[in-house]
Design a protein around this ligand. Structure first.
Ligand SMILES: Cc1cc2nc3c(=O)[nH]c(=O)nc-3n(C[C@H](O)[C@H](O)[C@H](O)COP(=O)(O)OP(=O)(O)OC[C@H]3O[C@@H](n4cnc5c(N)ncnc54)[C@H](O)[C@@H]3O)c2cc1C
Length: 503
């Protein structure tokens, strides 16, 4: 389906200026890359190799396309182990990437150092106990396709192109979250390569501390090569993208607000929405659209009735297989690698006032800035992710995680703020806008008693320091202790980019 003009503005051309200005590389990284090339001649790519650019280029946001000294593409945990020993020996800096979807420069990219790109660790194996072991380098649409052949599904990413590794290590918002909690709560085993190169199988029984820390602790403990997840029977779903005319924006916001009440649509644990409110300061355009999801073959789920009642400009919502629904998120309309992108997040208590407060605070700020009107290709969006109580309870029932949400604090909404634009010269202006707008939303929410002090790491910017909110501040000291136990030399906090460091 065609997405509206609003999103078409995301697809602007962009020149890879960074490549043209590629810098010289440090001796440590150069030596590590030579050693890697020696040990793995077909898996290591330096700038003179044809596959080098291809290997590092695949980042969701152009802000993350940084030229590494070399790219190493392991195919096994043993490869990763050898590579870690090499980077440690030469004290070379490194970054780790699975799907490359995190729009944070340096989180899974590096300008001078080794990029360990895990995309070739890409197998799906079904286990006799019904769990599935999946390689970190896969993208979710590949996982769903493969498992559907066995009539199974897992609670993974909603956008098919997102990588397995980052989503599962950061938590994971899936369509099935209201039933199973974070995607990470469905992981029963991790294959991880620790500092020093030790390969470890981590289960709740074998290493309960590390098992807990990996549920939300991102890249602070080692390089995870494979995840074992609980599966469940695949069913048909009602799902699709719905885009509304700008004249229907207020109706759309009201539908989101109603859905976000504890007794609204989100009390139906089979349903999910991904509403996006988009603002284009240069043209004044405001437009809304959402993915609708309901598990099962009900073609008119009542929990989504407020959305389906609004006449849509475009809609492809229908009953179909889950992989078919997710595959639709792979179309160019939703999958642009052409722009620069930035994510920030805040959280508010789940109620209609929160939805209105966010919009009423954010929209005037986006439209009143003369600077933003001049930013080429600039669209900014607000995304509301309602988090029902059933989600929080399911996460606890599954054994908990570092995010450690408290059911007593009630349901809430994760609000994602994301922007898209064309040119590096505007990076600072967009970043400043995100900081100021986010602060204004938090301040307004605090004033109204609507703030929910939690930031989801996979939607956050590093300046927001999300880990300090986990478990109401109780998780971070534990996460640090566990990191010191499994990585006493601090390899993952010194040699790896410190973007999400616990310290
Ligand atoms: C279009 C879009 C849609 C999204 N949809 C969702 C969604 O539905 N639900 C949701 O929860 N989030 C979503 N996100 C956020 C997404 O989950 C995070 O950006 C996630 O980190 C991406 O995973 P990745 O493997 O592609 O990440 P990458 O960019 O490759 O990595 C992200 C971080 O994880 C680390 N990492 C990755 N793999 C490993 C590993 N195997 N071992 C150690 N560290 C590792 C990297 O070092 C990096 O710091 C979305 C993001 C985008 C841009």
């Amino acid at each position: 389906m065609a997405f509206p003009n609003i999103v078409a503005s995301w697809y602007t051309t962009f020149s890879l200026m960074l490549l043209a200005t590629a810098t010289s590389f440090s001796p440590a990284a150069t030596r590590a890359c030579s050693a890697l090339k020696h040990s793995f001649p077909t898996k290591t790519f330096s700038p003179k190799d044809d596959d080098y650019t291809l290997a590092y280029n695949h980042s969701w946001s152009k802000t993350c396309v940084l030229p590494p000294t070399c790219v190493f593409e392991p195919t096994t945990a043993q490869d990763v182990s050898t590579a870690l020993k090499i980077v440690e020996k030469f004290a070379a800096h490194f970054a780790v990437r699975s799907g490359g979807h995190m729009p944070v420069p340096g989180a899974a990219s590096i300008q001078d150092g080794v990029l360990i790109s895990l995309s070739k660790i890409d197998q799906v194996d079904l286990n006799p106990d019904g769990t599935a072991t999946i390689g970190t380098g896969l993208r979710w649409f590949e996982v769903y396709e493969e498992l559907s052949k066995q009539g199974l599904a897992v609670a993974g990413g909603r956008f098919g192109d997102v990588g397995v590794g980052g989503l599962l290590l950061g938590g994971g918002v899936s369509h099935f979250g209201p039933q199973y909690g974070w995607s990470a709560n469905c992981v029963t085993r991790y294959e991880i390569v620790l500092a020093g190169g030790r390969v470890l199988d981590v289960t709740k029984e074998s290493s309960p501390d590390l098992f807990w820390a990996l549920k939300g602790g991102l890249n602070n403990y080692g390089i995870v090569t494979r995840f074992t997840l609980k599966t469940f029977p695949l069913t048909d779903v009602y799902g699709g993208a719905v885009i509304y005319d700008p004249s229907r924006f207020d109706d759309f916001v009201k539908a989101v607000a109603f859905y976000s009440t504890p007794e609204g649509g989100m009390s139906d644990s089979l349903s999910a929405i991904e509403p996006v409110m988009a603002f284009v300061p240069s043209s004044g355009l405001i437009q809304g659209g959402t993915f609708l999801f309901h598990q099962g073959s009900d073609a008119a789920p009542s929990s989504l009735a407020n959305f389906t009642a609004i006449p849509a400009n475009q809609s492809d919502a229908s009953v179909r297989s889950y992989p078919s629904f997710v595959n639709d998120t792979l179309t160019p309309e939703f999958n642009s690698y052409a722009s620069r992108q930035l994510y920030f997040t805040v959280s508010l208590k789940a109620c209609p006032q929160s939805v209105f407060l966010v919009n009423n605070t954010f929209a005037p700020m986006a439209f009143s800035s003369a600077l933003l009107k001049k930013v080429s290709g600039f669209t900014t969006t607000i995304n509301h992710q309602p988090m029902p109580l059933s989600w929080i309870e399911a996460a606890q029932a599954a054994g908990g995680d570092t995010l450690d949400l408290d059911p007593a604090a009630g349901p809430f909404i994760i609000v994602g703020i994301s922007s898209f634009w064309d040119n590096a010269e505007d990076d600072d202006a967009v970043f400043s806008f995100h900081k100021v707008a986010t602060k204004a939303i938090v301040t307004a929410a605090e004033k109204e008693g609507l703030n929910y002090p939690f930031l989801y790491v996979n939607d956050a910017d590093p300046v927001q320091k999300p880990f300090q909110f986990y478990g109401k501040g109780k998780s971070l000291p534990k996460m640090r202790t566990i990191a010191k136990k499994y990585d006493p030399a601090g390899v993952f906090h010194t040699l790896q980019h410190g973007i999400w460091s616990l310290f």
